[in-house]
Design a binder for this molecule. Sequence first.
Ligand code: GLN
Length: 489
Amino acid sequence: MIDLTIVEALKKLKSREISATELTRAHLSRIEKFGSELNCYITTTPERALADAAAADERYANGTARVLDGIPIAMKDLFATRGIRTTAASKMLENFIPEYESTISQKYIDAGTVLLGKANLDEFAMGTFSKTSYFGAPVSPWQRERKLTAGGSSGGTTSAVAGGLAMGGTGTDTGGSIRFPASITGLVGVKPTYGLCSRWGCIAFASSLDTPGPIARTVDDAAILLSIMAGHDPKDSTSAPNQNFHIESELEPILGNGKKLRIGIIKEFKDVEISADMKKIFEARIADLKSAGAEIVEVSIPNILDALAAYYIIAPAEASSNLARYDGVRYGLRVEGNDIYDTYKKTRAAGFGEEVQRRMIIGTAVLSSESYDVYFMQAARVRRLIANAFNKAFEQCDLIVCPAGAGTAMPLDSDLSPLEYYALDLFTVAMNLAGVPAVSTPAGLATNNLPLGMQVVGKRFDDLRVLQLAKHIQQFSGVDNRPTKIMGE
Ligand code: GLN
């Protein structure tokens, strides 16, 4: 039952061939078996899951089933869940139990999903291997003996979904945190258009970049999840009005039968060093798209290689402001000091990990009066140039494809410097700066039998076509990501 896709499971649930309770129990026993090894959940919620499943079964029985009734999912532990501990993988919020439900997790409840637990992540979503988690890093289910990273920051969700410890789940993508982990675990990761999915109740990292999105094993599954996540939310001032991403059934092909589609390849990315496998697989998928009838054109995003520098100024700047609220007074941890300032200091020194502290120091520095113009304003200009260049590129092509990362998953004990980690975001951060939708989909297996991913990027609110093209690429890839194939029964 673990290998079913969401689309397949929904059919079986509707025909009453399986029950939500059976499906949930299968996932709970998988969690019992592999949960601590993979460390993909910070908190599991088995009782809540069984109650959700029973309610779903009742609705199937009396004909009032909801869109995703009975589908067991993992919720990144950045989304506030009422009555359920929400930690952001930080010591600061180790015992924080919200009194409110985030808009996204509420939408999952309304759709009838079953909550299996809160998925591990990098502390406050800052990182690339989920190693900054106060609760230890999640592990990839691929080639377990090698203890590979499941990526970050949404690495708990990718570990759970790839391992069959959830059928799908949520992530957030500020600079690549959905797409990168999905790409190295053989999954589909969707960073929707900024503003499509509400950030309300999602613990903030960098508000102008943070984008909630789904992670699943197939593009069709990811599309259904996105369909329930999208929608205007008056509680989030950056939520886009007049948007309507809604999917009733599986995605229609965008290629074949003489359909015309111009696919852009980013010129500036051509000189970036990637693994020989990634290069080969990328070229093979381009050839597939061509033979399916796509026209391939070269486009230019002149400043795209400056995106990393701009991102690592803007994101820490916003983070330093967002994280100022954790002061020992209002939320979470409090370490008593001699006076209120001493309490602030002691609380923040004890509550935040090294990477989070580094980001706040960088952020405060670039916002200081002597640095503001040279760093922050300059980064904001680069951001505008990149957004404009994407707009222009989309006059020459309908969609863009590019790698999701340079190579396959690395061992968790790889010793990288902070700058080496930051460099891994090269292929993903520009889309956050521009606010455009981007999906990472499996593209093929490398010679070491680990998956590699490719991105499809579209213009703002063109999320549907991005997913449609991603579906073709996943089909061409031949990657078998069924959990029992990846890690056994
Ligand atoms: N790796 C990037 C960072 O550390 C992206 C994080 C994210 O998207 N949340 O900031």
